[in-house]
Design a protein around this ligand. Structure first.
Ligand SMILES: NC(=O)c1ccc[n+]([C@@H]2O[C@H](COP(=O)([O-])OP(=O)(O)OC[C@H]3O[C@@H](n4cnc5c(N)ncnc54)[C@H](O)[C@@H]3O)[C@@H](O)[C@H]2O)c1
Length: 371
């Protein structure tokens, strides 16, 4: 599809979004606000939300689809966002890439390293952009810290700790989130992957060499730990089955001798919900995350000023979140040279998560082959 309109002016990119949940709506909001994009199609299984979202975003019946296959075949898309249960990311992305459509997937890339690799291969084969909307790396504190790390303020970052822990936050006990075949895993796959992305991004994309991990399922199988706080039982039709972990911990060996300690829980006896990331460098350190206010961006940089130990509290740029992830994706699509834009860097997240689950299952460190 040509990117130039009949008048010689750049034509707006035609965008479609699959998925009507919270995530899909973030993408729809971002596309309609982008001057170079026209949101022309949406797809999802629920009839009510399809009509409501169609009306909200001015998409007529011809642009409203139930299945993603029809949308890819009929909507004349340039770009697509995939915001469905995780096990559908790979089939939808590969179908879209094979049809010449650039893909922005929700996190995680896929439920396994193998599926994630098939998406990257399809992006290469069709020379299309494959990106993931890691909205948390667009937080103001992460963006400020990234600049400071890249400018060398922390020296060599050799150790990092990152975690996202919830007291009672299993998303949708008994829904696709807690079924292995659809979600691929529990909090490590869901929220741990955000922390993994932030850590690797800040550390300059070191390669992973080995992982040692453990997982636990103490709350979900007993119908406890749901986001509502209320106890919920497994349903008689089996859809309530709790098949994933509710806490995971992993120690990742990275290239150059650096290491990362990663933890994620949907439910645990933690004193308060928290999201944190700590970097230890040869010339300075950093603590990201608010100790008092849940999820509020905050950053302290530990350094020496004229030989005196000091803490800096940088003023933070605005959070970018999903809107910025979509803007970055659109900018990549608009680039003439697509080298480096086929998702190779993002594959590391799936490779590490995959190895962590294998390590937990086998009770030993798993060596990661070059990827
Ligand atoms: N980046 C973030 O902060 C963030 C937050 C929440 C969820 N997510 C990710 O977004 C994705 C979706 O999560 P959610 O909470 O919005 O899920 P959800 O369950 O609320 O919505 C899933 C949507 O997928 C649609 N769907 C399922 N099968 C389909 C098919 N065959 N064809 C077309 N549509 C289909 C459903 O109809 C539904 O509208 C997941 O991968 C999740 O990990 C990311």
């Amino acid at each position: 599809m040509s990117a130039v309109g009949t008048e010689g002016t750049p034509r707006r990119l035609r965008a479609g979004v699959v998925g009507f949940g919270w995530a899909g709506r973030q993408h729809m909001d971002a596309y309609v606000q982008h001057p170079d994009v026209e949101l022309v199609a949406i797809a999802g299984l629920e009839d009510g939300p399809r009509r409501e979202l169609g009306a909200l975003y001015g998409i007529d019946a011809a642009g409203q689809f139930r299945g993603y296959q029809e949308m890819i075949a009929d909507a004349g898309l340039d770009v697509i966002s995939v915001a469905t249960p995780t096990a559908l990311h790979a089939p939808i992305a590969v179908a879209a890439l094979d049809a010449g459509v650039h893909v922005l997937s929700e996190k995680p890339l896929a439920e396994s390293a193998e599926k994630a690799a098939s998406m990257v291969a399809a992006a290469h084969a069709n020379d299309r952009v494959l990106d993931v909307s890691f909205n948390h790396r667009r937080r103001g504190d992460v963006k400020a810290l990234k600049r400071l790390v890249d400018d060398g303020l922390l020296g060599d970052v050799y150790y990092a700790k990152a975690g996202w822990l919830r007291r009672s936050g299993i998303p949708g006990l008994g829904t696709w989130f807690t079924q292995r075949s659809l979600a691929g895993g529990g909090p490590l796959m869901d929220i741990g992957v955000h922390m993994l992305d932030m850590a690797l991004h800040l550390m300059g994309e070191p390669r992973a060499e080995a992982v040692s991990a453990a997982t636990y399922a103490e709350f979900g199988p007993r119908g406890r730990g749901g986001s509502s706080g209320a106890a919920q039982g497994a349903r008689a039709d089996g859809t309530g089955a709790y098949e994933v972990e509710d806490l995971s911990t992993a120690f990742v060996r990275l290239s150059g001798g650096a290491t990362l300690l990663l933890e994620a829980s949907w439910a645990s006896y933690v004193e308060r919900d928290q999201l944190y990331l700590v970097l230890y460098g040869s010339e300075g350190g950093a603590v990201l995350g608010s100790p008092d206010v849940w999820n509020e961006p905050q950053l302290r940089v530990l350094t020496d000023v004229h030989g005196i130990a000091a803490e800096l509290m940088p003023l933070l740029p605005k959070d970018g979140l999903h809107a910025e992830a979509v803007d970055d994706f659109v900018a990549k699509v608009q680039q003439a040279d697509r080298s480096g834009l086929h998702g190779d860097e993002l594959l590391s997240r799936s490779v590490i998560v995959d190895a962590a689950y294998r390590s937990a299952e086998q009770h030993r460190e798993v060596v990661i082959e070059p990827y």
